[in-house]
Design a protein around this ligand. Structure first.
Ligand SMILES: C[S@@+](CC[C@H](N)C(=O)[O-])C[C@H]1O[C@@H](n2cnc3c(N)ncnc32)[C@H](O)[C@@H]1O
Length: 320
């Protein structure tokens, strides 16, 4: 359930996005209850390699990650931005607890549903885990980091979540993170690497159409929460991958000329036939871009963890 101010922000963001040219919607609004459920389905799809390869890194290199985090030294907060179902993190948590590491797990997510499921699951699985879940937008919660605790912080940003920012926005995000962390803290980021463009494209255009449903669900959400009258059948999901930019993008295409009204905004929006709404970017990286980005935002790459196929990297950064 959203608060009135979250609802107003949603409405204001929709107004901005649908009034722009080209039109866009922010991907952070994908994750209502149904969106979070659909994302769980996406993670199980054969085409969606991202979750599997990151899981492989976490399950096969747990001890190395533990050592790289210096988890045996003193108390720390393990903060996860956009935690989702925490499935990969649970591998670390299990390992860390067995070695009596002294940490508090702080999952942050915009989706109340995702956070509730994760908290219940972790409470059942790890009876001695100290956990402080926080619902909210991680852009806003960043501001509270300084005052959170005196403990060292290890910040997890997994699942190629960073890919949902363009490169420039990612750079700004890392700079804002740098401003709120201290020497000795760490940042552990999951980057999807550039690879065969066909493999990438399939991950965003699965044969069963779950990704299409995930995108279209945002129209349903606007109908329910903002009193919009989108006919989901009149829009279709389209995904593309641009190998020079290294960017996969998803769009909803208006299948015909149509006008949609949004009661909460007291506005109507016209769509030309086959006009796109830009929904999401999934930026793919190279190791040299990752190095440059770390340096440009005041960090240094300390260690990279790869899956067998080198599809993906979990990169540990320290502030300099
Ligand atoms: C792509 S999923 C990744 C989930 C998880 N980190 C993983 O690796 O499986 C993105 C998650 O981030 C959350 N999220 C997206 N935008 C957010 C924002 N601005 N603030 C907080 N959480 C956000 C979503 O609710 C969702 O659970």
């Amino acid at each position: 359930m959203q608060s009135a101010s979250q609802q107003n922000t949603f409405a204001a963001d929709v107004l901005r996005g649908l009034s722009a040219s080209p039109k866009y919607l922010s991907s952070k609004y994908f994750y209502d209850d149904e969106g979070s459920r659909l994302f769980q389905e996406i993670m199980k799809l054969p085409e969606y390699y991202l979750t599997r390869v990151e899981y492989e890194i976490f399950s096969e290199q747990t001890a190395e990650i533990y050592a790289a985090f210096k988890a045996e030294i003193g108390e720390f907060d393990l903060i996860e931005l956009g935690a989702g179902d925490g499935a990969k993190t649970s591998l670390l948590v299990d390992f860390f607890l067995k070695r009596q590491a002294a940490f508090t797990y702080v999952p942050i997510d915009i989706s109340a549903e995702a956070l509730k499921c994760l908290s219940e699951k972790f409470a059942a699985q790890f009876s001695n885990l100290s956990i402080q879940a926080e619902q909210g937008d991680y852009f806003l919660t960043l501001q509270t980091f300084k005052s959170k605790s005196e403990r060292r912080k290890i910040i997890l940003f997994l699942g190629s979540n960073i890919g949902n920012f363009g490169k420039a926005q990612a750079q700004d995000f890392f700079k804002s993170l740098r401003a709120v962390i201290n020497e000795g803290d760490g940042l552990f980021i999951g980057f999807d690497l550039q690879k065969d463009p066909r493999t990438i494209l399939r991950a965003y255009d699965d044969a069963q159409g779950v990704t299409a449903e995930f995108n279209l669900n945002l129209l349903t959400r606007m109908n329910r929460e903002l009193g919009a009258d989108f006919n989901e059948k009149e829009f279709s999901h389209y995904a593309s991958y641009h190998p020079i930019e290294g960017a996969a993008r998803s769009f909803l295409m208006s299948r015909k000329a149509q006008t949609v009204s949004v009661e909460a905004l007291n506005e109507t929006f016209h769509f030309a036939a086959w006009e796109p709404i830009f929904m999401e970017i999934s930026q793919k990286y190279t190791l040299s871009i990752i190095e440059e980005m770390a340096q440009a935002s005041g960090f240094e790459v300390t260690e990279n963890f790869f899956d067998d196929k080198k599809f993906y990297v979990n990169s540990l950064w320290k502030p300099i």
